[in-house]
Every structure is written in structure tokens, then in C-alpha cells.
Design a protein around this ligand. Structure first.
Ligand code: ZN
Length: 236
């Protein structure tokens, strides 16, 4: 299985507080997490905004089974042609994990068809992630009813997404808000998982529960069968 991790890689180079948590970039920590969870099952590659075609040329995408997307400060700088190419690959069956502030990315908004906006507050609050679909393979191996992150950025409802196909996790925050933190969608032949945790100034991608969910979600989102070809067929 080929996994590509895309990170805009902006904050880690411009903000000391972020660099402290992710000195080699969020993509490097995500790559390590995926390697740790899936081992020999997976070949991991990373791609960043500053690379030609943002590191997401057709050949890379054609080879990618599951794409992880982390962006925040530079959504608008992502080329529309690349976004269209990613969308096409999702329709053909490539899995897509959209992480945290990726809710505001062009690719997520385009695939959802909604604004994908939400409430937020950066106050280092405790987050409790409740598992609301314990039979789902994305939460395999998480045996408690919930787990906590000691410090997180708050995201609250209303989260402007279509009704998810499945709701796997709901977050509660110290300030009282709740949020649909783990949602699945299907578009064409592709499976999409939106996973909320991951603000750049907290060490969330080092958390063992978060890493387990990422590994499970990649397995869940991997394509089955041959790519679905979208034919340009019209009524005569
Ligand atoms: Zn954030």
C-alpha cells in the first residue's frame, strides 16, 4: 500500500512555537506514525506545498492508495489543477484522510460541497474524544469509551458538512462545546475520513491513540479492486 502525506509545511518554518513541537514538519511525524502502525504493509512518501505541483503530480497520485492532507495557513495557495487531480483520484478510489484544519482546504470543501466552517478557540483546553461507533474498524484496539487529549484547540458545532455516512468520534471540550471529530464520507469509489485532532502547537500526532486511529483509518480507506473509471457519457 502506498501512502502519501501532504503538508503545506508553512507554520513549522515560520513560527518557533510550532517548530518546537514539529522540528522536521508535521509530515515527518505523521510519516513516522504511519510507519509505526502499518510497518511493512506500507510505503510512505511525503509531499509539500513548495514542491513542483505541490509534490502531487499525476504519477504520484496514480501510485497513491491513501492520501493524508494537513493544511492551515495556505489553503488558497493550493493550485486548482492539483485540487481537481486529487478529486479525480478520490472518485477513482484513492482514500483521503483530511486532518484538523484541513476542513478549510479546497479539496475538502470541493468534495463536501459545503463551506466546512466551524467554531474555534485556541485556549489549550482538554478534549475528550468519545467513541460513538465502537464496531468501526477505525477505532479497532481502542477499548475504552473515550480518551482524552490534555491540551487541544477547540472546534465546535455547527460544523458545516453534509451528514456524514458514519460518525465514529465526537469530541467534548472543557468550554462545553461538542464536535463531530471523526466522520466518514464516500465520493465516487473513494473513502474519505475527516479526523479533527492535530493543532500545530500541541504534540497531538505523538499521542498513541491518535496514531492508532490514523493507522486504522488508512487501512479502512485503502482502495478495493481496480480504479473506477469515470466515463464522460451523456444522454444522446
Ligand atoms: Zn488548529
Amino acid at each position: 500500500m502506498h501512502v502519501t502525506i501532504w503538508n503545506e509545511y508553512v507554520h513549522e518554518r515560520s513560527d518557533e512555537a510550532v517548530r518546537k513541537v514539529y522540528p522536521d514538519g508535521i509530515h515527518a511525524v505523521l510519516a513516522a506514525a504511519v510507519g509505526e502502525q502499518l510497518g511493512a504493509e506500507v510505503t510512505v512518501r511525503t509531499a509539500t506545498l513548495d514542491q513542483p505541483e505541490h509534490g502531487l503530480g499525476q504519477a504520484v497520485l496514480d501510485e497513491t492508495d491513501v492520501l493524508l492532507w494537513w493544511g492551515h495557513a495556505a489553503h488558497d495557495e493550493v493550485d486548482d489543477e492539483v485540487v481537481a487531480r486529487v478529486q479525480q483520484r478520490v472518485w477513482q478510489g484513492m482514500g483521503l484522510l483530511v486532518l484538523h484544519s484541513g476542513h478549510g482546504s479546497k479539496i475538502f470543501q470541493r468534495l463536501m460541497g459545503t463551506g466546512c466552517m466551524l467554531r474555534w478557540r485556541e485556549a489549550g483546553e482538554r478534549e475528550r474524544l468519545w467513541i460513538v461507533d465502537p464496531s468501526h474498524e477505525i477505532v479497532d484496539g481502542l477499548d475504552a469509551a473515550y480518551f482524552d487529549l490534555p491540551q487541544a484547540e477547540m472546534y465546535g458545532e455547527f460544523f458545516d458538512i453534509p451528514q456524514p455516512d458514519e460518525l465514529v468520534l465526537i469530541s467534548w471540550f472543557e468550554g462545553g462545546e461538542v464536535f463531530r471529530s471523526g466522520c466518514t464520507f464516500r465520493r465516487g469509489k473513494g473513502k474519505i475520513f475527516y479526523f479533527r485532532p492535530g493543532h500545530e502547537t500541541y504534540p497531538i500526532y505523538y499521542d498513541p491513540n491518535i496514531r492508532k486511529i490514523l493507522g486504522n483509518a488508512i487501512r479502512w480507506a485503502r482502495p478495493s479492486g481496480s480504479p473506477y473509471q469515470i466515463d464522460a457519457q451523456h444522454c444522446p
